[in-house]
Design a binder for this molecule. Structure first.
Ligand SMILES: [Zn+2]
Length: 252
């Protein structure tokens, strides 16, 4: 019986060791998220070893399997080396991998987020700081999976928000106008700068946002809002968030 083979490109999001020398690899492809077995990959002689590193962008060949497809070949197209060499960029890369794995379930979302993810990994290698790229990706991922927060019109009544809007509501899914402030007693006060960054990362290109200068306390608030928003939708904690917080606190 000949194996049924297929090729695709993908980004390695997660690797779990199983058995003596195998690994189960989670891969984001342009047409979905797949989990495939890499047999014997932890043996040094394996032709796959070194070609399935976390976050690498690969050209893959797989054989259709009964339970799970089997990786038969991988050629690395992009390694994103700064993500392996610099701690803060590495933490940012892990965060992107975990968010992607956590949020993407269906094919549509994978198709929408594949290029966004690649673009973000490239920016994390070259950008002066990682923050705007992470905010941008978090926000774009919300869009891709259908959890776009309301930042232009009030999340409750739909009237256009002005720059006086300062209440963010996790419950209502976005910003509230003054009239709707009471619709969520736990709505959070946010500064105009935070509101502006949220809107910019929702609307603008990554190339544009990575060059903006933003104060550290604003970054921190934007992080916390987007992180809590994503965790609410996925009902899961983001494990790599602690690592990212730790390395971001260290002086560079
Ligand atoms: Zn309103």
């Amino acid at each position: 019986m000949g194996e049924r083979l297929y090729r695709c490109e993908g980004i390695i999001l997660k690797r779990i060791d199983v058995g003596e020398a195998d690994r189960i690899v989670t891969i984001l492809t342009p047409s979905g998220k797949i989990m495939a077995t890499a047999r014997g990959v932890r043996k040094t002689a394996s032709k796959l070893s070194g070609h399935l590193e976390l976050l690498s962008h690969c050209q893959l060949q797989l054989a259709v399997g009964k339970q799970r497809d089997v990786l038969t070949q991988s050629i690395v197209m992009e390694r994103f080396e700064p993500l392996q060499l610099q701690l803060v960029r590495m933490a940012a890369g892990y965060y992107v991998a975990e968010l992607t794995d956590m949020m993407i379930a269906d094919e549509d979302a994978a198709a929408q987020s594949y290029e966004l993810c690649l673009e973000t990994l490239r920016a994390l290698c070259t950008a002066k700081t990682i923050d705007m790229a992470l905010h941008w990706y978090s926000m774009q991922l919300c869009d891709a999976v259908g959890y776009r927060p309301q930042l232009v019109d009030c999340a409750v009544c739909g009237q256009t928000l002005d720059t006086k809007a300062h209440l963010w509501s996790f419950v209502q899914g976005g910003m509230l106008c003054g009239d709707c402030a009471r619709s969520d007693i736990q709505a959070m006060h946010i500064s105009l700068s935070v509101f502006k960054v949220l809107r910019i990362v929702q609307r603008e290109s990554l190339a544009y946002v990575v060059n903006l200068e933003v104060a550290a306390d604003v970054h921190q608030d934007v992080y916390l809002i987007l992180r809590r928003w994503l965790m609410r939708q996925s009902e899961r904690a983001i494990r790599s968030a602690n690592f990212l917080d730790d390395v971001r606190r260290q002086p560079s």
